[in-house]
Design a protein around this ligand. Structure first.
Ligand SMILES: NC(=O)c1ccc[n+]([C@@H]2O[C@H](COP(=O)([O-])OP(=O)(O)OC[C@H]3O[C@@H](n4cnc5c(N)ncnc54)[C@H](O)[C@@H]3O)[C@@H](O)[C@H]2O)c1
Length: 254
């Protein structure tokens, strides 16, 4: 199976959590990777784990909600790795608060972080993919695209849910625009995943929420980062040739 072997992939937010796991898995499966993140030290750790294992990785440090760093990351893939086949728009996150306590600044921050980075990296990437008539774009939505009961009751997450629903809408439209150019655009929507940053809070909620007998998910547990990475790998692979405009839940049955 061709998978992602000898493909060039850009992964955003690759210094930590899901982005790191996705980058490591794509590299293990034979892709050369260009990694972007704000966190220079974390990015270096991901890249050196890949090169130590015999893979190829280049890094770009910068804020991917800004135009210049987003463009630099895409150009690094083209110039230093010889092309661009795959883009994983993983950067995202939240500042949770109840809606009546949410500042306009926090609202803008969350929408910008999740949507502007996705838009800017996609725009720069498709300019390079369209002439080659091949591309796989995988964006990071969330179970929150339809609202998250535990976040809503306990912390408030309306801005995050709005942003992740936005990713789903973005994928639907852009998939149609790019269909005739040979570029497939999909999203993965993780449920609660045990990353270093989100894991501790999610574990506490999973142990205490009383919203259903199944706690947070019917599978009765948090997901592992590798379980999200496998879904991204499939959508990034050549085999996902007849799938576009789809958001795939990786959410333990939620
Ligand atoms: N962990 C979960 O349970 C979960 C569930 C659903 C969706 N998600 C989504 O998956 C993605 C990754 O989540 P995670 O838990 O691994 O997050 P994380 O916070 O552990 O990692 C995010 C990475 O993005 C980087 N980053 C943040 N802002 C940036 C910016 N402006 N420019 C460049 N890099 C930036 C961070 O430095 C970090 O390395 C996000 O889009 C998140 O919303 C996570």
């Amino acid at each position: 199976m061709p998978g992602v072997k000898d493909r060039v992939a850009v992964v955003t937010g690759a210094a930590n959590g899901l982005g790191r796991e996705i980058a490591l898995l794509l590299a293990r499966e034979g892709a050369r990777v260009a990694l972007g993140d704000l966190d220079a030290a974390g990015l270096e750790q991901t890249a050196s784990a890949i090169t130590r294992a015999g893979g190829a990785a280049v890094t770009v440090v910068g804020d991917l909600t800004d135009e210049a760093p987003a463009a630099r990351l895409i150009e690094a893939a083209v110039e230093r790795l010889g092309g661009l086949d795959i883009l994983v728009n993983n950067v995202g996150g939240s500042r949770n608060s109840k809606v009546w306590e949410t500042s306009a600044e926090d609202w803008d921050f969350v929408l910008r972080l999740n949507l502007r980075s996705t838009f800017l990296c996609t725009r720069a990437a498709v300019a390079r993919m369209m002439p080659r008539r091949y591309g796989r774009i995988v964006c990071m939505s969330s179970g929150a695209r339809e609202g998250t009961p535990w976040t809503a009751y306990y912390q408030g997450g309306a801005a995050y849910s709005a942003a992740k629903a936005g990713v789903h809408g973005f994928v639907r439209d852009v998939a149609l625009e790019l269909a005739e150019h040979g570029i497939n655009v999909n999203a993965v929507a993780p449920g609660p995943i045990d990353t270093e940053r989100a894991g501790p809070t999610l574990k506490r909620l999973n142990a205490t929420v009383e919203l259903s007998p199944d706690r947070m998910t019917p599978l009765h547990r948090l997901g592992q980062p590798i379980e999200v990475a496998h879904a991204v790998l499939f959508l990034a692979s050549e085999e996902a040739s007849y799938i576009t405009g789809h958001t795939l839940a990786v959410a333990g049955g939620r």
